[in-house]
Design a protein around this ligand. Structure first.
Ligand code: FDP
Length: 341
């Protein structure tokens, strides 16, 4: 990359310009998606700024404690949720919202309704907040069914029906990765401009990778195929080099690395959690959507992840996602197990 030329580029492709360009390919489009997305972007900018200040905020009072004015300070994940819900409702383009933070779905009042439904985790990887490790926001977007009143049926649909998905990572830089079903594109926040600029057009995941990413602390409870797969990563018998293990424990960071470097991310089922840990609607589906759009695969141990049909809004599923060939290997191990039984 020509960094010098890049520093002086004047023709900046902001995320809004990018989506407007995409939209112009559809003459019937009325700009609703662009408006929705700019509200999601606003939420991401707010959370990015709040995450950056999180360490400093401790000087004036810990989250959950009272501040100088005697008001209770909101925890970062609760604050992020409030910001996203308000931004999405005020966009006037949503009808149903499902957030990791809220037990029930939010149905937008009729005067503010629009055709989209958004499922999201406002601050994923929250156990990493206090040590400054990368965390993120994950979102998926559906369109409403053609019924008058919004219901949870509007979002209890296979991930393959999402019209867009993405995440924003609050790390050494703030990056928003988005797919509207035509490839995956990465935008980096330029703090001086306050704009997300296209820095990673058309991301393609390498066909195979040399990194596996899993919480090995759960190994004693894994099933046969997962155990065999991880064993193979560490002690390959075909002469190939052993894979490296990288696990942040923050889904956005682990999936982001997998997307850019290749390899596989696993959160399998285990004896203690037969459905795994990660949530279908706002973790498994958006990340699987992005993986497939980037040329990778996402598998649940039984089927293509995007073919799942969730019955509950906070349902969980095991997930294996990443480079095409690496996921193909774990699929083969599960297929072998099934023929044995
Ligand atoms: P966290 O518990 O910190 O919020 O689903 C949430 C999540 O993080 C993911 O971001 C992450 O991939 C996973 O859980 C980590 O789980 P383990 O601690 O069990 O490895």
């Amino acid at each position: 990359m020509d960094h010098e030329a890049d520093a002086y580029r004047t023709d900046l492709m902001t995320i809004t310009r990018f989506v407007l360009n995409e939209q112009s390919k559809y003459p019937e489009s009325r700009g609703d998606f662009t408006i929705l997305l700019s509200n999601i972007v606003l939420g991401c900018k707010f959370v990015c700024s709040a995450v950056n200040k999180a360490g400093l905020a401790k000087l004036i009072g810990l989250a959950g404690e009272t501040n100088i004015q005697g008001e209770e300070q909101k925890k970062l994940d609760v604050l992020s949720n409030d910001v996203f819900v308000k931004a999405l409702v005020s966009s006037g383009r949503t009808s149903v919202l499902v957030s990791e933070e809220d037990e029930e779905a939010t149905f937008v009042e009729s005067s503010k309704r629009g055709k989209y439904c958004v499922v999201f985790d406002p601050l994923d990887g929250s156990s990493n907040i206090d040590c400054g490790v990368s965390i993120g926001t994950i979102f998926g977007i559906y369109t409403m069914n053609h019924s008058d009143e919004p219901t949870t049926e509007d979002v209890l649909k296979p991930g393959s029906e999402m019209v867009a998905a993405g995440y924003c990572m609050y790390g050494s830089s703030c990056m928003l990765v988005l797919s509207t079903g035509t490839g995956v594109h990465g935008f980096t926040l330029d703090p001086s401009l306050g704009e997300f600029i296209l820095t990673h057009p058309d991301i393609k995941i390498p066909k195979n990778g040399n990194i596996y990413s899993v919480n090995e602390g759960n190994a004693q409870n894994w099933d046969g195929p997962t155990t065999k797969y991880v064993e193979k990563c560490k002690f390959p018998k075909d002469g190939s080099p052993a894979k490296s293990l990288r696990y942040v424990g923050s889904m956005v960071a682990d999936v982001h690395r997998t997307l850019l470097y290749g390899g596989i991310f696993l959160y399998p089922a285990d004896k203690k959690s037969p459905n795994g840990k990660l949530r279908v609607l706002y973790e498994v589906f958006p990340m699987s959507f992005l993986m497939e759009q980037a040329g990778g695969q996402a598998f649940t141990g039984k089927k293509r992840a995007l073919d799942l049909v969730p019955e509950k809004i906070h349902e969980r599923s095991p997930i294996f996602l990443g480079s095409y060939d690496d996921v193909e290997e774990i699929k083969a191990l599960y297929a072998m197990e099934e023929t044995k039984n």
